[in-house]
Design a binder for this molecule. Structure first.
Ligand code: NAD
Length: 475
C-alpha cells in the first residue's frame, strides 16, 4: 500500500544543500519534508569533507611523530610511533555519527520531517519514496527542491570495485596499502594522496595535465609539490592511467578514445599499486531518480538555475552540486538559504563576489577571488600584488612551519582588493577573513588599517597589503 503525504516543500537530498534548505524552510513556517536514501549530511558529512579531514589530521599527527624519531628542532624525540588505522577509522566514524545525528536533530528541531528512502520524481509536484522497509509514500508538494548532489566520475576501464577505490572506499581502509596509485591530481587526489604518504604508503599520483592542482597557479602549488617530494610521492604529470592488472597500473602519455590512456597504448613503466584511488572529478547526480521526467533547462550536465536558484519550471528549485561548479559544500549551503528565502516569498539572490576554496593539502591552499592573472583580465587600469612570505612571520616560526606566503591582489587605481590567496600550514582558517575582505569590497588600506593580532599568521595579510602599497613593514 502506498501512503500519501502532502507538504509545502519537498527537498530531495539531505546533503549540505538539502538539509540547510529543509531547516530554513521549516524555520519559515513551511511544512517541509526532506528525503534522503542515506544518513543526512550527504557526501560531505558521510564520505567527503569531514571524514577526509579526520584522516588528514590523523595522518599529519602520525607523520609528525614519525619525523620526531630522529629528533626535531623543538627538542622533542618520539620513540617508535605506531598507528592502528582501524582505530583511526573508528574515531573518524564517531565524528561522522555525531554530525549526521546532529543534522537529524536540527531538522527535527526546526520542524522539518526527514524521511529515509529513495525518491523518484513523478512530476514537478510529486515524488514516490521507497522507504528502507520497502513501504512507499507518495509526496505531493507545492515546491520541489532538487538537491541530489554529485557522484564520483568512474573511468570506463578502471571501474570501482576490489582494489580500485573511489574516495569513499579509501576513507574506510583499515590497513595501509604499501603502494597506492592515485589517478587524478586534483583536490581529492592531492589531499588523500598526501594523507596515505604520511601513513606510510608509497604513493604515485598520475595526473593528465602538466601539473597537479591545475586549477591553481603554479606559485601557489609549488610549496605543495615540494612537500610531496619530501614525502617521497612520485608525481607523473602529462600521464593517464591505463588498465590495472596483477597489482600494476599501466600508464601512458597518449589519450585513448575514452580520454584515459588506452591500456594498449600505455607507454610508461607500469606503476606498482596494491590499491588504485581514482579521483578524476565528480559529476552531477542527474540519473536514476526520475529527473529526466522534468523538462528542465540544462547548463551542460548541470541543472540550469537563475540567481534565486529557480529552475526553468515554476516552483522547482535546484541547489548544490546539481547546479554546477564550484561543487563545494559551502556554496551549496549558501544557495540553500537563498532558495528557502525565495520559496518563502522573500527577496533573495545568490550572487557572491567570490566563493572561497581551500585545498587541505600540506601546506594548505586558500583562494578567494581573482589571482594576479585573472585580475589583470578584469581591469584595464592595472593591478598591484603584494606578497608576504611566512618565513618572515613570527607565529609561523614558532609553529616550525614557515613554508608558504599570503598574496593580496588589488586594483592599481583605487586599491580595491580583487583577490587574496595563501599557501601555508593551517591557512584554511584565514579563508573567512579573505572572503569577508573581498565580499565587503575592502581596499588595501582597510587591511593595513585593521589591527591584526600579534603573533598570528593572520598578520601576514596586513603585511601583504602593505607590500602591495609599496610600504612593507617587516620585509
Ligand atoms: P578535481 O577536478 O579537483 O581533479 C581531478 C583531476 O583529475 C584533474 O586534475 C584532472 O586533470 C585529472 N584527470 C582527469 N582525468 C584523468 C585521467 N584519465 N588520468 C589522469 N588524470 C585525470 O576532482 P576531484 O579531486 O575528484 O574532486 C571532485 C570535486 O570534489 C572537486 O571538484 C571539488 O569540488 C570537490 N572537493 C573539494 C574539496 C575541498 O574543497 N577541499 C576536497 C575534495 C573534493
Amino acid at each position: 500500500m502506498t501512503d500519501a503525504r502532502s507538504a509545502q516543500v519537498l527537498v530531495i537530498g539531505g546533503g549540505p544543500a538539502g538539509y540547510v534548505a529543509g531547516i530554513r524552510c521549516a524555520q519559515r513556517g513551511l511544512d517541509t519534508v526532506v528525503v534522503d536514501v542515506g544518513r543526512p549530511g550527504g557526501t560531505c558529512l558521510n564520505v567527503g569533507c569531514i571524514p577526509s579531514k579526520a584522516l588528514i589530521h590523523a595522518a599529519d599527527e602520525f607523520a609528525r611523530a614519525t619525523a620526531a624519531v630522529t629528533g626535531t628542532p623543538t627538542g622533542i624525540t618520539v620513540a617508535d610511533p605506531t598507528i592502528d588505522l582501524a582505530a583511526t577509522v573508528a574515531w573518524k566514524d564517531g565524528i561522522v555519527d555525531r554530525l549526521t545525528t546532529g543534522v537529524g536533530g536540527l531538522l527535527a528541531r526546526a520542524g522539518a520531517e526527514l524521511i529515509r528512502g529513495r525518491a523518484t520524481v513523478v512530476d514537478g509536484k510529486t515524488c514516490d519514496v521507497v522507504r528502507a522497509d520497502a513501504s512507499m509514500v507518495r509526496i505531493t508538494a507545492d515546491h520541489l527542491v532538487l538537491a541530489a548532489g554529485s557522484v564520483p566520475v568512474e573511468l570506463p576501464h578502471l571501474g570501482f570495485g576490489g582494489p580500485v577505490l573511489s574516495s569513499t572506499e579509501a576513507l574506510g581502509l583499515t590497513a595501509i596499502p604499501r603502494t597506492l596509485a592515485v589517478v587524478g591530481g586534483g583536490y581529492i587526489g592531492v589531499e588523500l594522496g598526501t594523507a596515505f604518504a604520511k601513513l606510510g604508503s608509497h604513493v604515485t599520483i598520475v595526473e593528465a595535465t602538466d601539473r597537479i592542482l591545475p586549477q591553481y597557479d603554479q606559485e601557489l602549488v609549488a610549496p605543495v609539490e615540494r612537500r610531496l617530494e619530501a614525502l617521497d610521492v612520485t608525481i607523473l604529470t602529462g600521464t593517464r592511467a591505463g588498465g590495472y592488472r596483477d597489482g600494476r597500473l599501466a600508464v601512458g602519455t597518449r589519450a585513448g578514445p575514452t580520454g584515459a590512456a588506452d591500456p594498449a597504448d600505455a607507454d610508461g613503466p607500469a606503476v606498482p599499486a596494491e590499491r588504485v584511488l581514482v579521483t578524476v572529478g565528480r559529476a552531477p547526480a542527474v540519473t536514476g531518480w526520475g529527473l529526466e521526467r522534468l523538462p528542465l533547462d540544462r547548463n551542460g550536465p548541470f541543472v540550469a538555475v537563475d540567481r534565486r536558484c529557480a529552475t526553468s519550471m515554476r516552483n522547482v528549485w535546484a541547489i548544490g552540486d546539481l547546479t554546477g561548479e564550484p561543487m563545494l559544500a559551502h556554496r551549496a549551503m549558501a544557495q540553500a538559504e537563498v532558495a528557502a528565502d525565495a520559496i518563502a516569498g522573500g527577496p533573495a539572490v545568490f550572487d557572491p563576489v567570490a566563493v572561497p576554496a581551500v585545498v587541505f593539502s600540506d601546506p594548505e591552499i586558500v583562494t578567494v577571488g581573482a589571482d594576479p592573472a585573472a585580475a589583470a583580465d578584469l581591469t584595464d587600469d592595472g593591478v598591484v600584488v603584494g606578497r608576504f612570505p611566512l618565513v618572515a612571520n613570527g607565529r609561523a616560526m614558532t609553529r616550525d612551519r614557515t613554508d608558504g606566503f599570503v598574496r593580496v591582489v588589488a586594483r592599481a587605481d583605487d586599491h580595491l582588493v580583487l583577490g587574496i590567496q595563501a599557501v601555508g600550514a593551517e591557512v584554511s582558517e584565514l579563508s573567512a577573513q579573505f572572503a569577508l575582505t573581498v565580499e565587503m569590497a575592502a581596499r588595501l588600506e582597510d587591511l593595513t588599517g585593521t589591527v591584526h593580532t600579534h603573533p598570528t599568521v593572520g598578520e601576514a595579510v596586513a603585511e601583504a597589503a602593505a607590500a602591495a602599497l609599496g610600504r612593507p613593514l617587516h620585509r
